[in-house]
Write a protein that binds this ligand. Structure first.
Ligand code: GLU
Length: 294
């Protein structure tokens, strides 16, 4: 059996918070418990928000956590050709189309539908499912946008992609911490359709979170994706892309989330739970572990 390979894949678009500390430490612990290794991957495709300073500060935080870091780190901003190749494969399969609706247009369309008493589906993150350009724009407008240099997203034709599968889509889910790490995985039925036509790339960015994460997990040979429960439902999309791109499927292990005092998921903008500000208060490792119940 190959030895397990875990990864912690933060985006340096803000400071790491307690949730990241939990994720990083659980990955490191799982790698030790299961006699494997773990890698850090820098998910910096959003070049406007991910800055070299934030990346440097992120590594200072990870260093402070005492993680067994293994440079060099895979940086997504250096892998655009690989993502482009995967995107082209999907395009060759006829599974990608340019979509011109702006967020405001989607919102207005959905509001109209709902004003008419029709309910509109939301994806598992709560965003309205893409209605399709034809539902909103007339032929002439569609042609005009295609011929102009209007911004567009490249979306996955979900129905067509699902139709390519010869078996129902599922994934293997296993435990993320403690004794549960050793339990055999169980099968979870995937529901990629609930996401609708997800974005795979944009006019100026040849990839998206969903596309790059599956390409990278495959090329790094990741066997175990241990990440927060906030990404549980995204696994359906990842499994679909793996099947269509003929990539191996890792085992998934989704861990509990650390919630803020308001009961909501922590965000990179909440300063009081950033590792940086906690470090400045002189917090010890033991105190940090208590905060995240480790
Ligand atoms: N880069 C993602 C984040 O910071 C994590 C991606 C993943 O673990 O699949 O939330």
């Amino acid at each position: 059996m190959t030895s397990p390979l875990f990864r912690f894949a933060p985006s340096p678009n803000g400071h790491l918070h307690l949730g990241h500390a939990l994720s990083a430490l659980l990955n490191a612990r799982a790698a030790v418990a299961l006699k494997g290794r773990f890698l850090v991957r820098v998910e910096d495709i959003d070049q406007a928000r991910c800055t070299p300073d934030l990346e440097r500060e992120m590594f200072e935080d990870l260093d402070w956590l005492g993680l067994p870091l293994e440079p060099p780190y895979l940086r997504q901003s250096e892998a655009f050709p690989q993502y482009r190749a995967a995107l082209e494969k999907l395009q060759d399969l006829g599974l990608v189309y340019p979509a011109y609706l702006t967020r405001a247009e989607i919102k207005a369309y959905v509001a109209d539908q709902e004003a008419d008493g029709k309910s509109w589906p939301r994806d598992p993150d709560g965003a309205p499912v893409y209605p399709g350009d034809q539902a909103v724009l007339d032929e002439a407008e569609l042609r005009a946008r295609a011929q102009s240099d209007a911004p567009f997203a490249l979306r996955l034709d979900m129905a067509k992609a699902l139709a390519q599968l010869d078996a129902p889509l599922s994934w293997q889910e296993a435990g993320a911490e403690g004794a549960s790490l050793f339990n055999p995985p169980h099968e979870v039925t995937a529901d990629a359709a609930a996401w609708g036509d997800v974005v795979l790339a944009r006019k100026d960015t040849p990839t998206s979170y969903h596309l790059s994460v599956v390409v990278d997990d495959a090329r790094q040979g990741i066997t175990d994706v241990l990440r927060g429960k906030d990404l549980y439902h995204a696994t359906s999309v990842h499994r679909l892309l793996q099947e269509v791109l003929d990539l191996p499927a890792p085992v998934y292990r989704h861990h509990r989330l650390i919630l803020g005092e308001d009961g909501r998921k922590l965000s990179k903008s909440s300063q009081d739970t950033s590792l940086r500000s906690l470090r400045e208060t002189g917090i010890t490792h033991a105190e940090l572990r208590r905060l995240i119940e480790l």
